[in-house]
Design a protein. Sequence first.
Length: 397
Amino acid sequence: MPPKKKEAPKAKPLIGRLGTSLKIGIVGLPNVGKSTFFNVLTKSAASAENFPFCTIDPNESRVPVPDPRYDFLCDYFKPASKIPAFLNVVDIAGLVKGAHEGQGLGNAFLSNIKACDSIFHMTRAFEDEDVTHVEGEVNPVRDMEIIFEELRLKDVEYIDGRLQDLEKKVIRGGDKAMKPELATLQKIHGILTEDKKPIRFCDWSGAEIEILNKHLLLTSKPMIYLINLSEKDFLRKKNKWLVKMKEWIDANDPGAPIIPFSGVFELKIFEMEEEEREAYIKEKNAPSVLPKIITTGFKALNLQYFFTTGKDEVRAWTIQKGMKAPQAAGRVHGDFEKGFIMAEVMAYADFKELGSEAAVKSGGKYRQQGRNYIVEDGDIILFKANTAAGLTDKKKK
């Protein structure tokens, strides 16, 4: 008998919610420039006044994800409809020291962070006498420590409550089914209180991650650090805090993306006419950082997209990384997943290099993929499906 094929190791589930409508929240102390950044980012009219709690209800908006591949496809097909991928961004009012105990408007803000899946951690590294600092003076390293500590302490408070409940059920009530969850929460509690580390840095088993995902803890969410500079410092690419901030991030959140930008500069060029904007950017040799911030935020949510193309429509379809072809087809239409036959796939790079679908086919780069194909970021796909199968299923119900 031929030897049995070894099964590929099962991938661990990811920490966090599954889905394609995930959100990233802008988090920081009051008056660090969150609402100004959000206004420019989303072209919305959120309040951005010099007052600690001017953003009480979170403002949420969808931001198109900039991508030269999408722009090229739109220019090539000149479709009647163009639909890019979007990043869902939430502007969350400023946290203050003691927020986990309800200081400022802390509890409401922390619950708003819990509803997000990733965090833009914005820190102020600019001096401005007209913009007050809630801690009295500008010190971005201290400010990052405050945010880190408030999120950790809120998780401790939450876990303490859950442990009391579970201990009653397992130890006193003899509920054996809840033992794995109790053990996992005890492990989380030790990491948060003894090691004082965010739980996203720890090595978790697949079973533990499934338990973690029931609780959506604040320190499980990946962070992107946005350092808000004055326009002068941004243009000269220097600031006295940058080295100290990088050292702190490397020590406390190793590998996390760090993006210096200037809210003042972004607002200034946003308000210019296009010709004036292009001339100013060229003169200063400093393009907008917003595209980098948006794409980094999108990737932090473990999202990607594939394209469908044609004269009627060019569209980027958001999916989670690792999604297989039938599930991706289901994003286009539910019946396509049920009646999936195959995915006809072109890599974007092949299409751009060879210039047409016919050239991709003649070059042997046009592929027919089956059920186990894992969709790659930027694939151009035509799905073949027996839609009658989906209709039949519906009638049977």
